[in-house]
Design a protein around this ligand. Structure first.
Ligand code: PEP
Ligand code: MG
Length: 544
């Protein structure tokens, strides 16, 4: 059994056998030619043939992946006409008196390395496009078609990399999954795979290719990017179970998409999704989440080697808000410390990090970091329906300090003429027993509460959430936790605030009835749980 890890670009599971993608990769030879004009003519003929083939591929792509994604082949046709590209080829033929194949291959190398060296990931991915059109031209010069896989049964296509035209040319009904050793998630191949609804993992590395052989058993997890060759029985059964669950979830998705989160007796609840980065919005929307109930903003800091700037943060928040098109997006301010350590924050080592310098405690001690984030958040508020949420609250005075800083930030933006949404809601996480117990004092200060049951459980039961050995002692349904949530819900409503739950417990459908009876207004869960939770809600009858 060999395990490799790449990047999943389409979430689905495939179980099957390897088919190595074969292409005619004859090395291009440099041949001296006397008849330069004749070589020009050969090149022009090949270009016409390549354009014809691309037009056919465009039509196929149009049917299979839609206009937006088929456009790449129009771009390829345009690239074939690009002046710089053509000039380079004709110059090489003329100045070196060489065959057109060699001129095309040399030009492809030059242009591809130029694209590959660019900073911008999108431009880097264009290196594959230039190679793709050049390989086609070379095949046309040899009056051959580019090789197409003739598959007789559904297989997992494994390749070093796949060009967009190769991806589309494959018979979709015979492809279980794509796995490539190289490639970027920004490449058109990845985008096409995603839109063909085919599980795909890219960048699994060279070693994978060495181990993969035609017909070998292979498991592909497009969610985690895991690819397993020659799996043992137990691993294959586990993957099959995951596949069945995935398919069940997707069937559920089709049925429940667009339906309301309403119980049989008419009680409504918002079901939102938790995300950890801008990339999570796709899954939230695909699973029909009504909004984002928790955007863990610390990912921006964790992925960076220095403090992310206001502009970088603003762009990320704005993107999420715009992509959610007016649906509620609750962004939680920086929650680092404890299990999330970041070197450049230079936090001291602590005896008890979970009880230490974390989250809002860092923000209130280092207001410059906090204000940068708040400025970015308020600026982004002009682009959607934002709620700002503060983690690890234990006292009224913390909330008062936070609100004063928010007012300062808004006043600065106003003075500078920067637009922001005055209606932006502010909320706090109820994730310490202290916050729940004084929720009557906290509720009048904010628009909403969101219960962080992960930390609330840790602090209520005195159980380190990182310590696996404590699992037998960790009763997530402990009455103390449920009573604290109920207390917070009552106090929120008494003071005109709404209350959600964004910890893992929100997805526990054995508690959904309890939560709705407490009057919880919103449940925010990982995207794959949105529809199962909707299903559970729609089966409940609270009138009984
Ligand atoms: C929680 O504590 O329940 C929560 C949602 O926050 P995190 O898991 O990020 O600490
Ligand atoms: Mg927490």
């Amino acid at each position: 059994m060999i395990k490799c890890k790449g990047k999943g670009v389409y979430g689905a599971i495939a179980i099957g056998n390897v088919s190595l993608f074969k292409r005619q990769d004859e090395p291009v030879r440099r041949i001296h030619v006397e008849d330069v004009a004749g070589e020009f003519a050969r090149f022009e003929d090949a270009k016409a043939l390549a354009t014809e083939q691309l037009a056919e591929i465009y039509e196929k792509a149009l049917k299979e992946v839609g206009e937006t994604h088929a456009q790449i082949f129009e771009v390829h046709m345009m690239m074939l006409e690009d002046d710089d590209y053509n000039d380079s080829i004709t110059n090489i033929i003329k100045t070196q008196s060489v065959n057109a194949e060699f001129a095309v291959a040399t030009t492809a190398d030059n242009f591809a390395s130029m694209f590959a060296s660019m900073e911008d990931a999108y431009m880097q991915a264009r290196a594959a496009d230039v190679r793709d059109i050049s390989n086609r031209l070379i095949a046309c010069l040899s009056e051959g078609e580019q090789t197409r896989e003739e598959l007789t049964q559904k297989m997992v296509i494994c390749a070093d990399d796949l060009a967009p035209s190769e991806t589309v040319s494959l018979d979709k009904d015979k492809v279980l999954a794509f796995v490539t050793a190289f490639g970027s998630s920004n490449s058109h191949t990845a985008i096409l795979a995603r839109n063909m609804n085919i599980p795909a993992v890219i960048g699994v590395g060279e070693d994978f290719l060495k181990a993969a052989e035609d017909g070998k058993r292979i498991l592909v997890d497009g969610y985690t990017g895991e690819v397993i060759l020659d799996p043992d029985e137990e691993t294959e059964s586990a993957m099959r179970r995951k596949q069945e669950e995935d398919l069940r979830g997707k069937a559920l998705l089709q049925e429940l998409k667009g339906k309301e989160n309403v119980t049989l007796d008419g009680t409504k609840v918002n079901i939102f999704a938790n995300i950890g980065g801008v990339g999570g919005v796709g899954a939230a929307l695909a699973n029909d989440a009504g909004g984002i109930g928790l955007f863990r903003s610390e990912f921006l800091y964790l992925e960076s080697t220095d403090y992310p700037t206001e502009e970088q943060q603003f762009q990320a928040y704005r993107k999420v808000l715009e992509n959610m098109s007016g649906k509620k997006v609750i962004i939680r301010t920086l929650d680092i410390g404890a299990d999330k350590q970041i070197d450049y924050f230079q936090l001291d080592k602590e005896e008890n990090p979970a009880l230490g310098f974390r989250a809002i405690r860092i923000c209130l001690t280092r207001p410059e970091i906090f204000k940068t984030q708040l400025r970015a958040l308020y600026r982004a508020s002009a682009y959607g329906n934002l709620g700002i949420m503060f983690p690890m609250i234990t006292s009224v005075s913390e909330v008062e300090q936070i609100l004063a800083i928010c007012e300062e930030v808004k006043a600065e933006l106003k003075a500078a003429g920067v637009p922001y949404d005055e209606q932006t809601e502010v909320g706090i996480m109820i994730e310490t027993p202290a916050a729940a117990v004084i929720s009557d004092k906290l509720a009048p200060l904010v628009n909403f509460f969101s219960v962080g049951t992960n930390d609330l459980t840790q602090y209520t039961l005195a159980i380190d959430r990182q310590n696996a050995k404590l699992e037998p002692f960790c009763d997530t349904h402990h009455e103390a936790i449920l009573r604290l949530i109920e207390m917070a819900a009552e106090n929120a409503h008494k003071h005109g605030a709404w209350i959600g739950i964004c910890g893992e417990l929100a997805a526990d459908t054995t508690l959904t009835e309890n939560f709705l009876r407490m009057g919880i207004d919103e449940l925010s869960v990982s995207a794959p749980f949105v529809l199962p939770l909707r299903d559970a809600v729609r089966k409940l009858d609270l009138s009984k």
